[in-house]
Design a protein around this ligand. Sequence first.
Ligand code: DGL
Length: 259
Amino acid sequence: MNKQPIGIFDSGVGGTSIWKEIHALLPNEDTIYLADSINAPYGPKGKKVITDFCIKNTELLLNKGCKLIVVACNTATTNAIDLLRDLYDVPFIGIEPAIKPAALRTITSAVGILATEGTLSSELFHRTSNLFTKNIQVVEQIGDGIVELIESGKLHSEEMKSLLKIYLNPMIAANIDYLVLGCTHYPYLIPILVELLPNHVKIIDSGEAVARQTKAVLEKQDLLNTQESIVKLQFFTNGNPNIMESLLPNKLQIEYLRF
Ligand code: DGL
């Protein structure tokens, strides 16, 4: 089992930001990444639809022999991870917005969070947020349209910049000092966000924490691949492979797969 791959899925290409953290921390592990781009964005869809997509993605990864599954999508995690854990025996690692560290570190007592509608309206997000943000102001913003622009190759477009300006303005007005990125597509926005935000605002996401948690669970369950050999890194998308290719290091093969 130790030599089996880690499975990673997202509604699209965003979860590659998590794949990068996992591969950096666990370079001996084979990985299979699945981008359900044809169904992106998950954010505006209801819990039932999101859950069905997650089941389909999980079963595909399990059929390919994955030993652990990383749900590299905040929307999928906050809506479906409890059910996935009930349904399947393999360990699941999820990702949630890093609201706790932001709430603990803020000096201005105001933090911003940019995430999808599906994440911000989820019970899991509300539970975590209520626990840690009692005495601070949280400026929540749904990132409508951002995932669509990234999925269509318009990451570095004027359209993106204008949209982000609109979303950041209320946060800047509220004097936030932390911006939490609650969607795995958003780390790709960091260079644009840095340009638009005042210097003192720190941006945080959960990518590194997910990689650390993945390692910890593999260790605990004795599933780590400790053998040094040439790793197999597979990427599948049911969308346009060129978009994913533009976000990944050269030489990685991206295959179109109908699912
Ligand atoms: N990467 C997904 C997330 O982390 C995007 C969700 C979507 O497709 O709307 O939430």
